[in-house]
Design a protein around this ligand. Sequence first.
Ligand code: PGA
Length: 241
Amino acid sequence: MSKIILGNWKMNQGLNDIDQFFQHFSSEISCEYGIAPQSIHLVSCIKNKKEGMLIGAQNCSEYTKGAYTGEISPKSLKELGVDFVLIGHSERRSIFGESNQELNNKTKQALEQGLKVVFCIGESLEQRQKEKTFEVLEQQLEEGLAGLEDFSSLILAYEPVWAIGTGLAATPIQACEVHQFIKGFCVQNFSFKPKVLYGGSVNPSNINELLENIEIDGALVGGASLEADSFSTLCKIASSY
Ligand code: PGA
């Protein structure tokens, strides 16, 4: 089954970086792949994107329209030609205090507007050390996906907080254990078996050992998605599966 590679550019990449990226990005990719730039660069990325490339937003509002200064409507994202939206990234949860309830609202709105949702979950180092990983994930899933009816445009990303931007990726064994748990939990509670991407310090040297596992359906990549060469390499490796 084809793997998926998504790049989360976070608040990086100015217009010049984006030009450079598109100039040097190899288009010979056969896996499902895409990038999520800052919202103000979505139009430019949609104009310049390579064939098959999905373009995503890193966040969206839980409302579609109205007096919500500074918010970005999922409806407007769809109109613009955006394909997917990341919801619940750990930086949104921890820095911006987004609750499971808010993330649930955002997910419902985004799906309703026809966007694909990449719903991110993950435990902190402290939670893992206290052996609370599964408990935390269960709560994030239970509350984050509550009341959803159609799961066909939803994929999950398991991103342990301790692995994000640290250079310390989860081992394939650690990732597989959690992916299996997530899939089992979703089958049992929501009657759907999700695709689950792994995220956290994925790079061209460790992607193979992660992707060779059937439980790992792809990767959500931060730092290693910024340079065209590195992101092309990740996508080419994923294309070989
Ligand atoms: P990283 O970030 O690959 O730089 O660890 C992943 C993410 O935050 O999605």
